[in-house]
Design a protein around this ligand. Structure first.
Ligand SMILES: [Zn+2]
Ligand SMILES: [Zn+2]
Ligand SMILES: [Zn+2]
Length: 342
């Protein structure tokens, strides 16, 4: 009887400890240390970076043109077994510009498997003036094109840039790589930093997958040609799964901007296999306030018809009379079929 009690007590203890142990494991995630580089960092000695404890690197692949160091950095880092991701520095100010920037980026990185996402780098002052909704539209166009090509995607920026210039509510499905510098290169002593200067578990970490905590890592310590290098902690495990391979579709993209009643979308068709996909990137604009004649300033519809629900959702006209009711029915059916196909 005593022995039975002892075993029961042990079992009970074990059962009580299991959840405690799992909770403790969940509270201390692994943190990966990484640098991000572009042509401004000059030539990188990736063997030295590896020895210095660099777990990953994000390589600038495109900024108005292909980054001149991208291919060499990709070859050097992967030869050392350092997992890489890429970032594209956004300059696009129009829908068409966003399509071109995204497609040129895909050309720049084609044939190079990566482990971390393709990050859209949104920080330039020239695109701040676009306004929240336009900038967010253009970001979503580029992100949709990257996603269609099979890349995991993320957004690089700072928390203040998000809150001042983006509509974050429309960007919730993406991984964030956020700059919040707690170690500035340009402090009073122009000090240079290392990963040990900031705790990965710091309360100053923004809510993100990757945190860029310094722009002032000591370049020479990490094999980087420039004086300073950006330092990052990654909190999301992109690494266990190993490198991903994007798909082989190559889409031609036509932008259909939003109007009063239709959302903006991209019609994409693969030039290899003909596959067609549609990606919505912005909601319908809605009608303007009625003008003196009661019509919408953008599309010219009589807004009393709109308010009374008299407008056909397919052609936007007010179908009247017995024939009109039939036409409306047929148009609703056509619309339903069209939406099912998309
Ligand atoms: Zn295809
Ligand atoms: Zn309208
Ligand atoms: Zn109609």
């Amino acid at each position: 009887m005593k022995r039975w009690k002892r075993w029961a007590a042990l079992l009970l203890c074990a059962l009580l400890l299991v959840p405690l142990w799992s909770a403790a494991a969940a509270e201390s995630p692994k943190v990966w240390r990484g640098i991000d580089v572009s042509r401004w960092q000059g030539t990188v000695d990736w063997a030295k970076a590896k020895k210095a404890g660099v777990d990953f690197a994000v390589l600038r692949c495109f900024a108005y043109r292909k980054d001149t160091t991208f291919d060499a950095n990709y070859a050097g880092a992967t030869a050392q077994g350092i997992p890489v991701g890429a970032d594209v520095y956004m300059y696009a100010t129009t829908e068409q510009g966003a399509v071109q920037e995204a497609q040129a980026t895909l050309d720049a990185i084609a044939g190079k498997p990566m482990t971390l996402p393709l990050f859209l780098d949104v920080e330039d002052s020239s695109i701040k003036t676009l306004g929240r909704s336009k900038l967010t539209d253009l970001m979503l166009i580029e992100l949709a094109i990257f996603a269609a090509a099979g890349y995991p995607i993320g957004i690089y920026t700072s928390q203040s840039y998000v809150s001042s210039f983006m509509d974050a509510s429309r960007l919730q499905n993406y991984d964030w790589w956020l700059a919040r510098w707690t170690c500035y290169r340009t402090d009073a002593n122009n000090k240079l930093f290392s990963f040990s200067d900031e705790s990965p578990a710091s309360a100053k970490k923004p809510d993100c997958a990757v945190w860029q905590f310094s722009n002032g890592g000591r370049g020479s310590a990490y094999g980087v040609g420039s004086t300073a290098v950006d330092l990052n902690f990654c909190y999301k495990d992109y690494f266990s799964a190993g490198p991903y391979t994007p798909n082989e579709h190559r889409y031609n993209v036509t932008v259909h901007p939003a109007d009063c009643v239709n959302p903006g979308y991209l019609a994409m068709q693969c030039s290899h296999c003909g596959q067609q996909i549609t990606k919505f990137y912005t909601p319908a604009l809605g009608h303007t306030a009625p003008g003196a004649d009661g019509t919408c300033g953008r599309c010219g519809l009589q807004l009393t018809d709109v308010q009374n629900g008299n407008l056909c959702p397919l052609c936007g006209q007010a179908h009247r009379g017995p024939l009109g009711i039939l036409t409306l029915f047929v148009h609703r059916l056509l619309l339903w079929l069209k939406r099912s196909v998309i």
